[in-house]
Design a protein around this ligand. Structure first.
Ligand code: SAH
Length: 201
């Protein structure tokens, strides 16, 4: 956590939530001993668990308040969803790869994260049945901001999404009114790609 502080993460609630969620539960056994290094790791099917700095950075941008309803696109290991839950949010998390969805769903249940619901869907469509959301977080690199996600934000709601192809600019979109959105373009990151459709792998 000192490393995250040194790299500029100032949100104490985020740092406390990350301390409270053991990252090693979310990694393959093979990487367990490295769980607290600031690196991404494979979680199967060519996907990775985001590195702690990225989780801290995205979580801070959301300014999570207890009771926020948050949609996450890209469940992956379930670690980011667990950190949002530890911040007091009710989390709806969507994954397009079936095996990752099943694994994260079972793991989060076993660990007792009752405020996280997992869905096997194409996150590009959002989750209209549960919209609108206070916050939306995308954890895969998207070429553009999907319109359905903007439409599923509350007025005053915030969408955090890495935008770009090889390298992504972290982007924060705030819904100012029904039709107006304010966009802030922030630092560079590298995420696995945001893909269309679902995959039975
Ligand atoms: N938040 C994750 C990071 C996982 S990497 C964690 O904490 O571990 C990003 C994930 O996004 C991958 O699992 C990938 O399968 C998923 N993904 C990519 N495009 C998607 C889409 N359109 N809908 C849902 N999930 C998607």
């Amino acid at each position: 956590m000192e490393d995250l502080r040194k790299r500029g993460i100032r949100d104490e609630a985020v740092l406390a939530a990350m301390m409270a969620v053991p990252r090693h539960f979310f990694l393959d056994k093979a990487f367990e001993e490295h769980a607290y290094e600031d690196k991404p790791f494979p979680i199967g099917n060519e996907q990775t668990i985001s590195q702690p700095y990225t989780v801290a950075y995205q979580s801070s941008l959301l300014s999570v308040k207890a009771g926020d309803r948050i949609l996450e696109i890209g469940t992956g290991s379930g670690y980011q969803a667990a950190v949002l839950a530890a911040l007091g949010a009710r989390v709806y998390t969507v994954e397009r790869q079936e095996s990752l969805y099943l694994h994260a769903r079972d793991l989060l249940q076993t660990l007792g994260f009752r405020t996280v619901q997992c869905f096997f869907r194409d996150g590009g469509l959002g989750l209209p049945a549960y919209a609108p959301f206070d916050k939306i977080l995308v954890t895969a690199g998207a070429a553009t901001v999907p319109e359905p996600l903007k439409e599923q934000l509350m007025i005053g709601g915030v969408l955090v999404i890495p935008v770009g192809n090889q390298v992504q600019k972290m982007t924060r979109v705030t819904r100012v009114s029904a039709k107006e959105f304010r966009e802030e373009v922030l630092d560079d990151f590298r995420f696995v790609p945001f893909l269309k459709g679902t995959a039975k792998i």
